[in-house]
Design a binder for this molecule. Structure first.
Ligand SMILES: [Zn+2]
Length: 326
């Protein structure tokens, strides 16, 4: 989730307002601009890439099979999800059969209700059922508004849950849903082997500072290393990666992201060794990390949060979401 940027200017709220205004305007005043850019990344495989104003909240995508469509992630607002459904219907008359949530964060699950109304069965990691309503409220903390709270409390729970890899067949088209570790403790990625496409959810951010609030950098970096091995060995051809945030990516971007995580860990560890804390630690890490990744978007808010969470992980005090009994 892009919450690390949200409190800076109340931009999460601003996004809601922008979208709400856009959709309450008279029909004649509506623009045709989508909250995302749709990009074809393989035969019948599309990525919906969030725009610079972050109206979609995150990326999503979909796979058109013989007899239906599988959607990956539901975007943040119902309006953005509705735009995604409209684009799918524009591209294919086949029914929307599934939406796979890569994790519980609201910027990826906020549109689940719209996808379900459009016919989708919601597939998620088993931990998402226990987290999607409760932990998203915690995630907003004191920045939550009554509207956001009501929307989160009304989010549909997943219909199909798993803590194992799954294969979904869209007729003869194989889609593989894999469990991975690192971002929340309830993460899935979706691969389309025949198209060499991997929807990585928030296991991959392209040139944007990631939100570590629920993460383990140790597990996360290992998962991204596995993506690289997979890209080399299992497929034999270049894989196109669709990240959770940022533009369509390749293996070099995966390596760049993994290097970012490892640089962050190394710099925070060095600062801790020099007995730096809090703001002094951020002041030590931020310029060095920015210099190493000068083409990245790293807000002050994001870097402060990353350093705090990395510090906690290294200290062994990091709190992560706890799986709930079913
Ligand atoms: Zn997330």
């Amino acid at each position: 989730m892009l919450l690390s940027d949200a409190p800076q200017s109340g931009s999460m709220l601003k996004r809601f307002l922008v979208v709400a205004l856009a959709f309450s305007a008279p029909a004649s005043a509506q623009t045709s601009a989508l909250p995302f850019t749709l990009k074809q990344v393989g035969p019948g495989v599309y990525a919906a890439i969030d725009g610079p104003e972050h109206k979609a909240g995150s990326n999503a995508g979909f796979v058109v099979g013989d007899d239906g469509v599988l959607v990956v992630d539901a975007l943040f607002t119902p309006e953005a999800a509705q735009a995604l459904v409209s684009e799918i219907h524009r591209i294919t008359p086949k029914p929307i059969r599934y939406v796979v949530n890569t994790h519980y964060h609201a910027d990826h699950t906020g549109g689940d209700g719209v996808l379900r109304d459009a016919g989708a069965i919601i597939v998620a990691h088993r931990n998402v059922r226990g987290w999607v309503r409760v932990n998203n409220i915690n995630l907003f903390g004191d920045r939550i508004t009554p509207e956001i709270r009501a929307r989160i409390e009304a989010l549909p729970l997943p219909d199909v849950t798993t803590d194992q890899d799954l294969v979904v067949w869209l007729g003869s088209r194989k889609v593989v849903v894999r469990t991975v570790l690192g971002h929340t403790g309830g993460d899935l990625v979706v691969s389309v082997p025949d198209a060499k496409v991997l929807f990585a959810g928030d296991m991959l951010w392209r040139k944007v500072a990631p939100n570590l609030i629920d993460g383990s950098v140790k597990e996360w970096a290992a998962t991204d290393a596995y993506f690289l091995v997979m890209a080399d060995a299992a497929y034999g051809k270049p894989i196109t990666f669709v990240p959770g945030h940022g533009d369509v990516a390749n293996a070099r971007d995966v390596d760049d992201f993994r290097t970012y995580l490892i640089d962050l860990r190394r710099l925070v560890a060095a600062g801790r060794k020099a007995k730096l804390k809090d703001e002094a630690l951020v002041g030590y890490v931020a310029p060095k990390l920015r210099a190493l990744h000068s083409d990245w978007t790293i807000s002050d808010r994001a870097i402060a949060a990353e350093v705090k969470y990395m510090d906690q992980e290294l200290a062994g005090t990091k709190k992560r979401p706890v799986p709930q009994p079913e």
